[in-house]
Ligand binder design. Structure first.
Ligand code: 4AD
Ligand code: MG
Length: 481
């Protein structure tokens, strides 16, 4: 019996007299002799050499781009350049045909397709080199996230997807209901009567697991979540999705400085993990990026290659800068004075836009930046108020090319102050009774942050658009597949 192997195993094997078999999809079939077969286990293909004289014409005709086949033969030293080993084919089974005329109409057709085109056929795009490299890297990164927290004393916690609270207080929620929207029950005021809805109240998809995460940190000490979050914000940008995955660690007894230390250490760990474990894919993605950048004017091209950028992150300290310092830098910056920013920075208190964040990171400091102590007025209700009464212990980690990759804070642990902040922001206290309870029973200093997983994947893979780092992107007007 032959040994069944996948491509990545075969490419690491040495020639042997024991026959092997491999399943995969045909990437190309040259000169009726050379099949390039890919099975998703690696960016590389295995070359399968067919002596066409020994096979039926009808069979050979079915070895077409996109077809699923099983190849059996001997692994031998390759005669050609470009690979160490190849399969000398003795048997071919067609598992699933692919009609060449129809393949021509899809992105399986081997030629350069735009990323926009690939998105339209998102069910097939995983067969392309770019998407498979991105998705293998995404999977490795997810593993690294768990590994980091598990090795550092954190417990993995699953927060609810359906919730009655708006964790960020920004009102960007998708409603969840089982009411008949064409004929909803009404209350005495003529408004929809949610008491008759499935949960007996208004509910929505979670925008963040933080609040529930805090409750568990107050018993388990250190927890992290890693799950989908949903935001109905109408942002059609290359960095926003309506459905994205967030990692949210929450730690009892951590102050803001410890929170920043953790965020920096965590990011460096996962980026380094990708560097060490995704070599072939990163090499491919690095070249892809190089090609993409060739289309840009010289001054917009990156000075560093993809892997140099990743190493730069792991080897350098993130610069920690207060919001107040950042505003001074921005106010006096060239683009502000020359009115090049879309949103000019005039006064303390201004919310920072991505153009400002990127200026600080890419032009001014030229390294990742952690901004902290933001004005209370532009941040969420749960952040710890500083003694100055106007700033909160918030922190955002800003990355080159991405802008904000992490948002976090030390949490307001004082019952009275939190109650006041909830009221001041016009939030219904009754909705948060359980959250306030935490401040009554053994409250303590605690902190946490959220990292947008897709933004991390974007950074590591060098993909420009966030829609190309999640299998099926959800954004305004798009929920196909
Ligand atoms: O800054 P945000 O809104 O913070 C929170 O949700 C906190 N509850 C986190 C916490 O302290 N536990 O979001 C956190 C991160 C952002 O920095 C960004 O990386 C990502 O989530 N993010 C998005 N990613 C993709 N699409 C969107 N629409 C995103 N909104 C936020
Ligand atoms: Mg934020």
């Amino acid at each position: 019996m032959e040994q069944e192997k996948n491509v990545v195993q075969l490419l690491k094997s040495t020639p042997s007299t024991v026959a092997v078999s491999v399943n995969g999809w045909v990437r190309s079939f040259r000169s009726n002799r050379f099949i390039a077969l890919n099975d998703g286990s690696t960016i590389k293909n295995i070359q399968c050499v067919v002596d066409f004289e020994n096979f039926k014409e009808t069979l050979l005709k079915k070895i077409t781009v996109g077809a699923a086949i099983k190849v059996t033969g001997l692994l031998v030293e390759s005669q050609g350049s470009g690979q160490q080993v190849e399969i000398q084919v003795s048997k071919i089974e067609i598992l699933g045909e692919a009609n060449p005329e129809e393949v021509k109409l899809t992105i399986l057709q081997p030629k350069r397709h735009t990323l926009e085109k690939l998105r339209e056929q998102a069910h097939l795009r995983i067969r392309t080199n770019t998407m498979s490299a991105v998705m293998r890297t995404r999977s490795k990164l997810a593993f690294a996230v768990h590994q980091y927290f598990q090795e550092n004393g954190f417990y993995y916690m699953n927060t609810p997807i359906i919730t009655g609270s708006d964790a960020e207080g920004a009102g960007e929620m998708f409603h969840v209901t089982s009411l008949d929207l064409k004929n909803p029950p009404l209350d005495e005021n003529g408004e929809i009567d949610y008491k008759q809805d499935f949960f007996g109240k208004e509910t929505n998809l979670t925008v963040s697991g933080q609040l529930e995460g805090e409750t568990y940190a107050m018993g388990l000490g250190k927890i992290y979540t890693f799950g989908p979050t949903f935001r109905a914000e109408n942002s059609n940008t290359s960095r926003h999705l309506a459905e994205f995955w967030m990692i949210e660690p929450e730690m009892a007894f951590y102050n803001l400085a410890q929170n920043m230390d953790l965020a920096e250490d965590f990011i460096k760990y996962v980026v380094n993990y990708a560097l060490e474990n995704c070599e072939d894919d990163l090499e491919f993605l690095e070249n892809r990026l190089l090609q993409e950048e060739k289309a840009k004017p010289q001054n917009e091209r990156s000075e560093m290659s993809l892997r140099e950028k990743l190493s730069f992150i792991t080897e350098n300290n993130f610069k920690r800068v207060s919001y107040t310092e950042a505003i001074e830098i921005l106010k006096n910056s060239k683009p502000n004075k020359k009115k090049k920013f879309k949103y000019l920075i005039e006064d303390w208190g201004a919310d920072l836009q991505s153009e400002h964040e990127r200026f600080l990171v890419e032009k001014h400091f030229k390294c990742p930046v952690i901004l902290f102590d933001y004005p209370a007025s532009i941040k969420a209700f749960y952040m710890r108020l500083n003694d100055d009464g106007k700033t909160v212990r918030a922190m955002d980690v800003l990355f080159p090319g991405i802008g904000e990759i992490v948002g976090g804070s030390q949490r307001e642990e004082r019952y009275d102050v939190l109650k006041e902040k909830i009221a001041a922001m016009g939030i219904d206290e009754k909705e948060l009774w359980w959250y306030l309870d935490l401040r009554k029973f053994g409250t303590c200093v605690h902190s946490g942050f959220g990292l947008g997983f897709e933004r991390l994947v974007q950074f590591v893979t060098g993909m420009t658009n966030i829609r190309d780092v999640i299998p099926y992107p959800r954004f305004p007007g798009h929920a196909e597949f």
